[in-house]
Design a protein around this ligand. Sequence first.
Ligand code: FAD
Length: 401
Amino acid sequence: MTGHADRGGDDVPARADVVVVGGGPAGTLAAAAAAANAHTVLIERAPNRPVRCAGLIGPQGMKALELPQGHVVAEIRGVEVYGPRGSRLELVSSKPKGFVVDRGSLDQLLLQRARAAGVDVRAGVAATGWEPGRLFTTRGVVEAPVIVGADGPRSGVARWGGLPPPPRLLVGLQHVVIADGPQDRVELFVGGELPSGCFGWTVPAGSGRSRVGVATPRGREGPGLLQRLVDRRFPDAPTVDRTAGLIPVGVPDKTVGPGVLLVGDAAGQVKPLSGGGLYYGAICARLAGQCAARGPDHLGEYERRWREELGEEISFGLAVRRLVEDLSEEELVGVLSVLCGTRVASFLAQEGDIDRPGALLEEMLRRPSLWAEGLPLFSVLGGWKRVHELVSGLRSPWDKA
Ligand SMILES: Cc1cc2nc3c(=O)[nH]c(=O)nc-3n(C[C@H](O)[C@H](O)[C@H](O)COP(=O)(O)OP(=O)(O)OC[C@H]3O[C@@H](n4cnc5c(N)ncnc54)[C@H](O)[C@@H]3O)c2cc1C
C-alpha cells in the first residue's frame, strides 16, 4: 500500500476494504489503524472547517494521541471552580494534570499520519447516504464491506442507517480573547448566572490569549451566557475568534449495524462531565480501525471492547453530571465551601485524573482518613436522606453505557 496525496475533486475509488466518513481526530485515527491491514479510504467534506475545541487534554489523552510536547501551548496544574454567590474551590496540584494544545495543528498532524499510514484521503468529498456495502458520495460510489461513521455528533451515517443518535446534545460556544488569565489552570463556572445543566470555562491559549466558553442544553441562551462570562472575566478584551459546536452527552444503545460502525462524537464517546471527546475518541478509534480492517463480521467485537474499556467511566460521569444538576444553588454553595481548604480538596487536586475521574471515587473510599472531612456535607445537603437520593444515581446507571 502506498501513501496518497489529498485528491479533492477526483472521483472516489470504486472499491475499498474500509471507507471512513469524517476527517476529525476519530476518523483519521480509525483510518490509520485500519490501513495497517486493509485498503482504506477517508472522505472529509470540509477540510478547512473552523476549530471547535478548547484543546484541553489529560496526560493519558496525550499518550493516546501520541502528541509531541511541541503541540502544547500551556501546561495545566489545576482548576478553580467558581460557584454561585462568590463560592470558590481551588484544586491545584504540584504536577501537570492536563495540557492545552492547538487543535488546528493537532488535526493536521493526525491527517498527515493517516496519509503516511497509507490512507487514501479524499478532501472536499461529502457522503450523501449508504446501504450495506456501498457508500454514496458527492464524487461517486465506493463499494466497501465496512463503513466507519466518524462524522461528528449529528452523524449522517448513523441517521441513514437507522442507528440511534447520542441521547443528549449540548451546544458549546467559545470565544478566543486577547487577554491573559491564570497560565497554569482552568477556570470552571457553575451555577449563579449559568442555569442548571450549563457550565462555563476559561483555558489559557498561549501568546496572551484565552479561550472562554459555555456549554448549554438550550442553544438559544448560549450567546448571551457566553457574552456575560466574557464581560465578567475579561472586560474590554478584544475577541478574535468565535466558534460553536455540538457536544454529545451519553452514548446511544447501539454503535454498530450490518457493515457499519460509529466512532468518536458520532458514538457519543465523550466525557459527560467536561464534554472532552479527544481522549475517548482516540481509544475507540484505534479499536474501530482494527476491527473494521478484519471485516464486517468483527464489528460486534468493536462494540463489546469499547464498552468494556470506557462504559463504566462514562456511566460514572453521567451520574455525577446528574448529581450536580440536581443540587440546589444553596447546596452547591455549601458543597464548594465545605470542601474548600480540606484534605479532601488536596487529595482531589493531587490524585484527580481528568481522563479517568471514576477511579478517584474508589481510591477515596479506600482512605478512611478522608471520610471524616466529608461528614459536614451531610448537614449542607440536609441529611442522610438527601445524600442517599443524590448518590443512589451513582450506582444505578453503572453498567448501562
Ligand atoms: C466548544 C467546544 C469545546 C471543546 N473542547 C474540548 C476540549 O477542550 N477537549 C476535548 O477533548 N474535547 C473538546 N471538545 C470536543 C471535541 O472537539 C470533539 O469530541 C472532537 O472533535 C470529536 O472528534 P470527531 O472526529 O469524532 O468529530 P469531529 O471533530 O466533529 O469531526 C467530524 C468530521 O466529519 C466531517 N463530516 C461530517 N459529515 C460528513 C459527511 N457527510 N461527509 C464527509 N465528511 C463529513 C466533518 O466535516 C468533520 O470534519 C469540544 C467541543 C466543543 C464544541
